[in-house]
Write a protein that binds this ligand. Structure first.
Ligand SMILES: Nc1ncnc2c1ncn2[C@@H]1O[C@H](COP(=O)(O)OP(=O)(O)OP(=O)(O)O)[C@@H](O)[C@H]1O
Ligand SMILES: [Mg+2]
Length: 293
């Protein structure tokens, strides 16, 4: 299969760590109990995937995860005939396996998938809970426990992409955002392995940068980026270098914005400001010969 897929089909080995924002786990459990599919929206790196892993573990169900993209075909989800030494044989795709086994199938960034791909989800996500396999002539009824979960990042939406109302209106929808500061601090400390003070400063820094979002900064720093910075700091990398590599560089290519982010980092970690005279002297030394010419 030439599609990029992360298909495990195994329950995660150790219970995934997940810090709740509210009662999203309770709501998910109710949806699971009543055979309702779930749609999770939220910005990148805010905990959508981790939540689904946690819920699969909590419900004791296997999890099939598919990272959707615009080349994903229905066959990548459902399965296809392959040629082997003994002739052609049918191989289930991750969706079909989840339907047969009563597992959770998680379609990450569903909005990237082609429209014809999402249409095959319709009979599965209403009362019928059916998956017709045109290629084999079978019509599968989802085993008890089967659940479809999809997610997308509303920030990436454009006019050409987006779920059709007939698809959207099949799901119980949960809206995720970056966790509240106290929860995010706990997550950064746990996942990044740093002390509470460092986690607190990183989260405050993220708050300041998120405040700039939409004005000077196009993207907001995710919880994921804070964890990356925390891990480098924990490994002994100095805070400015860690925040440059994990926050400033991933967030922008614009040098002025990058410098502004680093000023905010310096202010939060009490790092001495960049030495302006040095920059001036470099510029002067470059300009001087030009003037002389
Ligand atoms: N509530 C949370 N509890 C525990 N860890 C969290 C939580 N939120 C975020 N994280 C941490 O942040 C990382 C990124 O989260 P995750 O991969 O779930 O983001 P996502 O929303 O799926 O992002 P994307 O849209 O880019 O796929 C996780 O690996 C985890 O370490
Ligand atoms: Mg994800």
């Amino acid at each position: 299969m030439d599609t990029e897929q992360d298909v495990t089909g195994e329950p995660p080995r150790s219970a995934p760590y997940y810090a709740p924002a509210g009662d999203e786990a309770g709501l998910f459990e109710q949806a699971a109990k009543h055979d309702l599919p779930v749609l999770i929206k939220g910005p990148t790196g805010c905990g959508k995937t981790r939540f689904v892993q946690y819920m699969a573990d909590r419900l004791g169900r296997a999890l099939y995860t598919v990272a959707c993209h615009d080349d994903l075909t229905a066959a990548d989800l459902v399965g296809r005939h392959l040629i082997g030494p003994a002739g052609t044989f049918w191989q289930d795709g991750p969706l079909t396996r989840a339907v047969r086994e009563g597992a959770i199938c998680y379609l990450d960034e569903i909005i990237e998938a082609r429209k014809d791909t999402t249409v095959i989800l319709h009979p599965l996500t209403d009362d019928r809970r059916m998956l017709p396999l045109d290629a084999t002539g079978e019509c599968l009824h989802a085993a008890p426990g089967f659940m479809l979960v999809v997610s997308y990042n509303p920030g990436y939406r454009n006019l050409l992409k987006g779920l059709k109302p007939s698809t959207r209106q099949r799901f119980v929808a949960l809206s995720f955002d970056y966790p509240a500061p106290a929860v995010e601090q706990q997550i950064v400390a746990h996942e990044g392995g740093v002390d509470a003070d460092t986690a607190h400063t990183l989260v405050k820094l993220a708050g300041a940068l998120r405040h700039l979002g939409g004005h000077d900064l196009d993207e907001s720093p995710s919880t994921r980026l804070l964890i990356h910075a925390a891990r480098l700091i924990r490994a002994g990398v100095d805070t400015l270098t860690a925040c440059t590599a994990c926050l400033a560089e991933p967030l922008t290519d614009d040098l002025t914005t990058r410098a502004a982010i680093l000023d905010v980092v310096r202010a939060h970690f009490a790092v001495a400001p960049a030495r302006a005279p040095m920059r001036t002297s470099i510029r002067t030394s470059i300009r001087t010969p030009i003037r002389a010419i």
